[in-house]
Ligand binder design. Structure first.
Ligand code: TXE
Length: 493
């Protein structure tokens, strides 16, 4: 790949200082791409291009329907290139090609959802109770947005931001994770091919610690939408205070998964394994915190341990593999330390707890599915996200206790409840303070439904209708069709 992989003001270019870096496969450390690493000048150029294009009206003058048509065309082009992009995604993340194909299908659905939403009527009339006054609420593009994405679902998380930004008429700078940039490069090529005006979509590559500062603090940026870790979210909030930027933050979670004794236990166990170990736990909504009613604890634990121990790990094209490697050596080290700390604080390790020792995994970042029993809410491994394949198990005796445990977290992204008693399940779902609750299920989402967190899992919502609202300003226009004097102050003339 050429290293002219920055897209600024409608043109591809290399970094102004020649900076570039290799992308390594988490499966075997082979180099899968070499991409530009932006300099500070490149970042400032991208912000300028976005600001100038926004202020020029080149895109804001398009109607919602015109911008929706553009987003629909982008969805068509993504469909054309779906497998090529899925291959890049699986190269960068190490995830199985088939999982990357599912992800790109979700990306396309996201673009289609926002295209349909944009094509609807926007704004409304308000009855202010005065016959000669018309009052309108209009929706306008918010401005220039920095869109910063993570490495676990690289294109999908970017799509949740880019598609509504385009429908709204914002100009933006995309910064994917430095570990997984290839799919974002492919998306920006398509956005350009679809006929997006120059300067609206810009792409900056490089580590957040190097290229991120201006993206989050430059006064010409009006909004930062970020998906990633809590600590980075806190840094972004502080930096955004400089000019009261709008913020949309999606910051992970530690998600309770509650199984009552009256549930369909076999189905619940199967879903619990998927919830915790899908994509090796590198999922913000992973159900890694299992909370089980005492009477079924032993049965559930025995089965979970058997199933977790059977999960087969492998690379992008391993047809027998069920999940892949962790994203990087640094992440593998973090997960190892987290597990060691869990053992030290008294959790009982039942399976996993170390790197895969299979020779075919020797060059990759493979960590075995790990289960801890005898956990409680005071433990680090219960409260903190590992973002790896680590499940903790806690016991409850009453419905109230299940709810209390499920809410005993600083996070609030998602949760699950399994019960054969619909009323009880609904009561628990209502009482859990998390942004998405699944009853007798875990994991599915749809672009038409809002996604986001309570508490420290974030600010705002992506997807649904609200996900477009994040990129809009709302203006009230009052028109008096029969003007008269206000008469408030005496006129002593
Ligand atoms: O994320 P970071 P990391 C969680 C998960 C994981 C932890 C750390 O617990 O272990 O976060 O992962 C950019 N200014 N999630 O370190 O650093 C960075 O370049 C501007 C949950 O990989 O938050 C990347 O593009 N940008 C999560 C993005 O932020 C900055 C998914 C995410 O990186 C920046 C991933 C800065 N100062 C990790 N520093 C989820 N919610 O799904 C970094 N970045």
């Amino acid at each position: 790949m050429s290293t002219a992989t920055l897209f600024i003001d409608g043109a591809w270019r290399s970094a102004s200082d020649g900076g570039a870096h290799d992308i390594h496969s988490p499966h075997d450390q082979s180099v899968v791409a070499t991409v530009s690493q932006a300099s500070q000048d490149d970042v400032l150029d991208a912000i300028s291009a976005a600001r100038v294009s926004f202020d020029s009206g080149v895109f804001t003058s398009w109607s919602f329907k015109e911008r929706s048509a553009l987003v629909s065309k982008i969805a068509d082009l993504l469909e054309r290139d779906a497998d090529l992009i899925a291959r890049k995604e699986s190269d960068d993340t190490g995830k199985r090609f088939i999982e990357a194909q599912y992800d790109i299908a979700d990306v396309i659905s996201t673009f289609r959802h926002f295209a349909a939403l944009g094509a609807k009527e926007h704004g409304r009339s308000v009855d202010v109770g005065i016959a000669h006054v018309t009052s309108r609420i209009v929706h306008e593009p918010l401005g220039v947005a920095s869109l910063i994405g993570p490495w676990n679902y690289p294109l999908l998380q970017i799509a949740w931001k880019v598609a509504p930004a385009l429908v709204a008429g914002c100009s933006f700078i995309v910064k994917p994770s430095e570990l997984t940039p290839q799919s974002a490069i492919a998306l920006i090529k398509i956005i350009d091919e679809a006929g997006t005006p120059k300067g609206v979509a810009n792409l900056i590559l490089g580590p957040g610690s190097v290229v991120g500062a201006s993206l989050i603090s430059d006064p010409r940026v009006d909004l930062v939408s970020f998906t990633g870790g809590l600590a980075t979210g806190q840094t972004i909030m502080k930096a955004a205070a400089t000019n009261i930027k709008k913020l949309a933050l999606e910051l992970g979670g530690k998600n309770p998964h509650i199984i009552f004794a009256d549930a369909d236990i076999d189905t619940a166990i199967d879903n619990a394994v998927t919830a915790a170990f899908l994509h090796s736990g590198q999922v913000c909504s992973a159900g890694t915190r299992l909370i089980v009613e005492r009477s079924i604890h032993d049965r559930v634990v025995k089965e979970i341990v058997r199933r977790a121990g059977d999960i087969s790990l492998g690379g992008p094209d391993d047809e027998l593999a069920e999940t892949g490697p962790l994203i990087s050596k640094a992440h593998l080290m973090n997960v190892s330390t987290y597990v060691e700390r869990g053992i030290a604080e008294g959790a009982t390790l039942l399976v996993g707890g170390h790197r895969s020792d299979k020779p075919e995994h020797a060059n990759g970042w493979y960590y075995l599915p790990t289960v801890f029993d005898n956990c409680n809410t005071t433990m680090f491994c219960v409260q903190e996200e590992s973002f790896g394949p680590v499940m903790t198990i806690e016991i409850f005796d009453t419905e109230a206790q299940a709810i209390a445990i499920g809410n005993d977290t600083i996070f609030g992204l998602s949760g699950g409840v399994w019960s054969g008693d619909n009323e009880k399940a609904a009561r628990v779902a209502n009482a859990l303070r998390h942004g998405t609750i699944w009853i007798n299920d875990f994991g599915p989402y749809r672009p038409a439904a809002e996604w986001g967190g309570y508490k420290q899992s974030g600010i705002g919502r992506e997807l649904g209708e609200h996900g477009l609202g994040e990129y809009l300003e709302i203006k009230h226009i009052w028109t008096n069709n029969a003007p008269s004097r206000s008469g408030w102050f005496r006129d002593n003339k």
